[in-house]
Design a protein around this ligand. Structure first.
Ligand SMILES: [Zn+2]
Length: 384
């Protein structure tokens, strides 16, 4: 049995209570706000949290989103998951910290607004440290560190697009199991940066994977759907949902070495146009993008140094020398074919953004996939 396995109430510090504790009992579900700091106006900074403590004992899974305040696809994943499950469903406990970096979220920015501190370099935190460090410690002690396993949802930084993938230290068997359970098509292996939630939690015995998906400042319904499915897969694999069967990924690759991936960078400034497509897979020597000057002269052609998958793509049409354009991951011939057929099935256009349309966007994505599917046998459009 893992050390934190839930055998009863989820208990956390609450200085206002008579015994200094609050409890979410087995069989109880609570949405609440939890103070992690104060503003200049002496008002509390509060985290939105949901705890669903199952009727039956089992492991504790934490989910965190918006550790970077403008990375909001995960916020939608957690909203969905927190509403989907009731205590009667669960063998174990689900802990959702819907928005970790509340000040950054309010300011619509990645970092904590004061001095641009990165909350994701501040874990596990210090009680007498900086404001970021104190906030991290509270979040870590009350929620992350009380769990057995966890997923931290991120997106790319602004003006980039990240293909959905997991980042996990697959040298650690428990983390490898988690990444596999989530069912990501692609896993980038590594232990992560010092002070990141994933690395510190993992080193502390709480296997954690980061899920990277899409763009900052957007809701991308297909990716969100896949995030929700991934959470369900993890809950199934860890027996929080013993009667659910996990869905396998369509394309699986674990990248372990540094040499297999590279950022293609601009060598000249100007306007960039992408030349790859329709799927984010390129062959060695293939033209990936072209940078031209303002008069339209072709200045610089960027070619693929090896056959690979475009895991990160700049969405900014203006470039300066040295600016990253494409994050390319090497694929073998077999992997290349598997990746291409996976995208043929799902459609790369499904990664697009319809953030302001809410549920309407789902219909648009469906119709996009329908339009893309021109097979003679009338195969059904698929969403994950
Ligand atoms: Zn992030």
């Amino acid at each position: 049995m893992p050390p934190n396995t839930n055998q009863g109430a989820y208990v956390f510090d609450a200085p206002g209570e008579s015994d200094g504790k609050r409890r979410v009992e087995a069989g109880e579900k609570r949405h609440f706000e939890y103070p992690v700091g104060e503003s200049y106006l002496d008002q509390p900074i509060e985290l939105p949290v949901t705890i669903v403590n199952g009727d039956h004992p089992g492991p504790r899974l934490f989910l965190t989103a918006a550790v970077h305040g403008d990375e909001i696809n995960g916020v939608k994943v957690l909203q969905r998951v927190a509403n989907e499950y009731e205590p009667t469903d669960l063998h174990g406990t689900l802990v959702c910290v819907h928005v970790v970096n509340v000040p950054g979220y309010r300011a619509e920015q990645r970092y904590l607004p004061i001095y641009d501190r990165d909350l994701n370099r501040s874990f596990p935190g210090l009680a007498d440290g900086s404001e970021a460090s104190r906030m991290a410690k509270t979040i870590y002690d009350q929620f992350v560190g009380q769990c057995d396993v966890g997923l931290d949802f991120h997106t790319s930084t602004r003006n980039k697009l990240t293909l959905m993938h997991a980042r996990a230290d697959t040298d650690d068997d428990d983390v490898a199991r988690l990444a596999e359970a989530f069912g990501a098509e692609l896993v980038l292996s590594g232990d992560g940066s010092e002070g990141s939630l994933r690395r510190e939690a993992t080193e502390d015995g709480v296997p954690t994977a980061t899920i990277e998906m899409g763009e900052a400042d957007r809701f991308q319904p297909v990716l969100i759907e896949r995030g929700v499915t991934g959470v369900e897969n993890v809950m199934a694999a860890y027996d929080l949902l013993p009667e659910t069967d996990p869905q396998p990924p369509t394309f699986g690759k674990v990248l372990e070495s540094e040499s297999e991936k590279t950022w293609l960078r601009a060598e000249t400034g100007g306007l960039v146009e992408m030349a790859w497509g329709p799927h984010p897979v390129v062959d060695e020597g293939e033209r990936v993008c072209v940078i031209s000057d303002y008069f339209g002269a072709e200045n610089h052609v960027v070619e693929a140094p090896f056959t690979g998958l475009l895991i990160g793509i700049s969405a900014n049409p203006r470039v300066l020398p040295g600016r990253p354009l494409i994050h390319l991951i090497e694929l073998s011939d077999d992997e290349r074919d598997a990746a291409e057929s996976a995208f043929e099935e799902v459609g790369f256009r499904a990664q697009r953004t319809f953030h302001w349309m809410g549920e309407l966007s789902d219909d648009i994505v469906e119709s996009t996939l329908d339009t893309d599917d021109d097979s003679e046998d009338g195969g059904e459009a698929k969403r994950e």
